[in-house]
Design a protein around this ligand. Sequence first.
Ligand SMILES: [Zn+2]
Ligand SMILES: [Zn+2]
Length: 358
Amino acid sequence: MKAIIVNPPAKGFELRDVQIQEDGIKIRILENGICGTDREIVNGQLSTAAAPSGYNFMALGHEAIGEVMEDGGNFRRGDIIMPINRRGCGKCLNCLIGRPDFCETGEFVEAGIKGMHGFMREYIRDSPEFLVSVPSDIRDIAIMAQPLSDLEKSLEEILSVQGRLYWKCRDGTYGCRHALVVGTGAIGILFALLLRSRGFMVTISNRRETTPRETRIFQEAGISFFNSSRGYPEPGTGNAFDLVVEASGSDASILPSLLSLLKNNAVLGLFGFLRNGVANLSSTTLQNMVYKSISVVGLINGQKPHFEAALRDLVQWKHMWPGVIESMITRRTIQEVEQNRNILLNKQPDEIKMKIIW
Ligand SMILES: [Zn+2]
Ligand SMILES: [Zn+2]
């Protein structure tokens, strides 16, 4: 079968015929989502990327939608599914109960990233245990369920941290809570939409003005935008947040400014990886964190319940914000990737989320 393969830590990728031995029911891949992690791998920038043992290549891709080719488990031929991308180490309790997002050994594998073949190929075989059903009326936007699953888990984790106090408002909602999401990539926008759908007031920021596409999305969903190119507001100038989510993956040096924006009892969530820089935290900043009961929490990887929650949210959002998720997705065919390798190597101008159609 044809597959997009990589050989980390080497740069580059190939589209060629490969043989992969695996068990489970046969699934024809319909489309793959592309994210920053895929691009780090093809550009040789992800040091943790590793081919599965016994192979000198790895099929890329951790975001996929496929069609079931044979009955198995609760699935029937013709069902549309999404495979879960992280699999447990088989040793620690969290992995054994289906929560490798909290793997204790760090020996989990991740499709197309670390120790497991990914989904950018014509067919995969997989156990029904690792598949979720995709509702047919959101098939065009369902590829977003993989990145959104990570954010469903992240929000669950943030709310669990905030279980340390009464964090809802007088009316029992989160309507009085103000969140800032830093970064307007697919993750930043999906996080902002998720928080809006849970009732939060949401501001999203980037170090530039919005594109027309972003402007329409933010207007439709009631999200405010802040251009942080000249820095964030000074502490005490009224712009303070109950929750700040770092989703830009840019530079660690922004952390002191983000911490200074937090209200009492607030949370700073770090999603993904800050690629460069150093955060210089003064004793005053650290004293403030203590004084204000600030929590900082690392956010990564959704599991099966979060994939299911993500798919339910996409069904709801399709009606709440018609056209918004659709407008985030650029479609490319596998032939286009073959003819123009740059599509996979580099984020294209005005791209929010790209998917490849097989
Ligand atoms: Zn990803
Ligand atoms: Zn584990």
